[in-house]
Design a protein around this ligand. Structure first.
Ligand code: HSE
Length: 403
């Protein structure tokens, strides 16, 4: 029998217990052992729930029980998860987590501790919910120079942007719907300000490049300034607006960012709609590959956690090497990264000439719906150059980066 402890009985934690109970025979067949959830740790009580038989409020019950070989940490947040996970690894238990804050901040240290103890620290569910992406990056995409990894990494913002695009609704209205449906939190900042996607792209880029990408170094812009009017232009341009998390090599430099991007229907990620996530990887010999699926939600996320548990059981006394060193990966200054920009300006007398005087030849975009403004698309230029040029134009309403 292999004993597992689950830290946290919230949405994902109850999902982990449910997945193990529902698919017990399948899982047992895969591991040629019997899996058993011996403990669930939570501060709360759950009267009437069978989990009460295995519920503990004291982490030491788990830490000091030598029969517990695997810990599934699904509490979220850095504290106390960090101390719990670190001490479990030091006690010779493998840990599987869905906790992107923990992985983005302490990933390389926890990977190292697991390696030193010949155990495993797995985190498939920390990015892309149920989508297998961590394991493929670690074990499959190893023969390539990865030129780019770009993802729609946040289901809540993708739901909001998709609704705005397809139904012409405003940001606040759709955010409220996302909250009513339980996708967005009451305080939606982590999602709509891009912080969640920032941690996820930091994890992916660290795995791809083998050194630590500090999430605080990643340029991060959320979707709160995107309006229904932006989508009128996007539709006219046969495009959509998606929140991208990306790490990309350009002109011999490596950039990482989270930002809303206007993309045409030709783009690989254009059709990723609603709460779905997708991650596109471009290798120098592999070319483009894409991973797609449910990026959030109780059971898809729990599925990824339990698949890590299965892998940890298959490698009980055997560390699966993960390339993510503590050494910091230096990112290039985002100001030097290059792209086109879509800009909306107030349509006052002489404005087109003013725009062209600063930007040179641009593509003007007019839509029937608005007479008091127009849009234009710049040529490819650096962020720095764009900021210099746009500062010379008055009446700028907004700008969105393009791919
Ligand atoms: N809030 C996240 C999302 C949950 O909307 O994608 C999954 O990390």
């Amino acid at each position: 029998m292999i004993n597992v402890a689950v830290l946290g009985y919230g949405t994902v934690g109850s999902g982990v217990v449910e997945v193990i109970n529902t698919n017990k025979d399948i899982i047992n067949n895969k591991i040629k052992e019997e899996i058993n959830v011996k403990y669930v740790l939570d501060l709360r009580e759950f009267p009437g729930d069978p989990v009460m038989d295995i519920l503990t409020h004291d982490y030491n019950d788990i830490l000091n029980d030598p029969e517990v070989e695997i810990v599934a940490e699904v509490m979220g947040g850095v504290n106390p998860a960090y101390e719990f996970v670190k001490s479990a690894l030091e006690k010779g238990k493998s840990v599987c987590t869905s906790n992107k804050e923990l992985v983005a901040k302490h990933g390389p240290e926890l990977i190292k501790i697991a390696r030193e103890h010949n155990r495993n620290f797995f985190f498939e569910a920390s990015v892309g919910g149920g989508i297998p992406i961590i394991r493929p990056l670690n074990t499959s995409v190893t023969a390539d120079d990865v030129l780019e990894i770009t993802g729609i990494l946040n289901g809540t913002t993708n739901f909001i942007l998709t609704k705005m695009s397809k139904e012409g609704l405003g940001f606040d209205e759709v955010l409220k719907e996302a909250q009513d449906l339980g996708y967005a939190e009451k305080n939606p900042s982590a999602d709509v300000d891009g912080f969640d996607a920032c941690r996820k792209i930091s994890i992916l880029a660290s795995l791809v490049y083998g050194k630590h990408v500090n999430f605080e170094d990643v340029y991060t812009e959320g979707i709160t300034k995107i309006t229904d009017k932006d989508f009128v232009y996007a539709n006219k341009l046969n495009s959509s607006i998606k929140l991208f998390g990306s790490a990309k090599k350009q002109n011999g430099k490596l950039f990482a960012y989270v930002a809303p991007m206007m993309i045409t229907s030709e783009h690989t990620l254009y059709s990723v709609n609603g709460v779905f996530n997708a991650i596109m990887v471009k290798g120098n010999v592999l070319d483009d590959i894409m991973f797609y699926g449910s990026g959030a939600g109780k059971l898809p996320t729990a599925s990824a956690v339990v698949s890590d548990v299965v892998d940890a059981i298959r490698h009980l006394n055997d560390n699966v090497y993960t390339e993510w060193e503590e050494e910091k990966l230096e990112l290039s200054d985002f100001d030097a990264s290059e792209k086109k920009f879509f800009v909306r300006v107030e349509n006052t007398a002489g404005k087109e000439d003013e725009v062209k005087a600063s930007f040179g030849d641009v593509e003007i975009v007019k839509v029937d719906e608005f007479n008091d403004e127009f849009g234009f698309i710049t040529s490819v230029m650096s962020e720095k150059e764009f900021n210099e040029k746009v500062s010379k134009v008055s009446g700028v309403i907004t700008r969105i980066r393009m791919e």
